[in-house]
Design a protein around this ligand. Structure first.
Ligand SMILES: C=C(O[C@@H]1C=C(C(=O)O)C=C[C@H]1O)C(=O)O
Length: 146
């Protein structure tokens, strides 16, 4: 049996981020072994078919995760755009090192807690914060030109 889990949405739907086999997968394994017993060629085919099916299933999970990440990134850049407008109006610098230090510490901890390589979490933060600051500077130039 296949079990899906993911992120609940406000409309009651779920963004499926993980699909796992339960119980039935052991049955499938047994059936597969029985059918291909004693024939290396068939074994190879069965493994290739199983691998192709599993990869397709996992890739659909990857596609859902990527779509959720991109949708959330769009929201993040909308919020940082608003921060940029306020900074530009007030004449604040785009770069806030204290804020970024606090974010880095929180993301590094989260990475440890969730089993993600902390280097990836830090790369992510640098990437989005650098892009946000670039946009802040361009907003500041636009406001200065008005
Ligand atoms: C968005 C801001 O501006 C910059 C970008 C940040 C970010 O993308 O998280 C964090 C700090 C600032 O260097 C902010 O100050 O909140």
């Amino acid at each position: 049996m296949t079990e899906e889990s993911g992120w609940p949405q406000t409309d009651g739907s779920t963004v499926v981020t993980s699909v796992s086999e339960s119980g039935a997968s052991e049955d499938n394994g047994t059936a597969g072994t029985a059918v291909t017993a004693g024939c290396a060629g068939n074994d190879a085919n069965t493994i290739a078919d199983e691998a192709a099916a599993q990869i397709e299933r996992l890739r659909s999970s990857i596609d859902n995760i990527d779509m959720a990440i991109v949708a959330m990134l769009a929201q993040r850049f909308e919020v940082t755009r608003q921060v940029g407008q306020w900074k530009a109006r007030a004449g604040f610098d785009a770069y806030d090192p204290q804020r970024e230090d606090a974010q880095l510490a929180r993301m590094t901890q989260l990475a440890h807690d969730t089993g993600l390589d902390p280097h990836i979490a830090r790369q992510y933060l640098h990437f989005v914060a650098d892009a946000a600051k670039e946009r802040h500077r361009s907003i500041a130039r636009e406001i200065a030109d008005e």
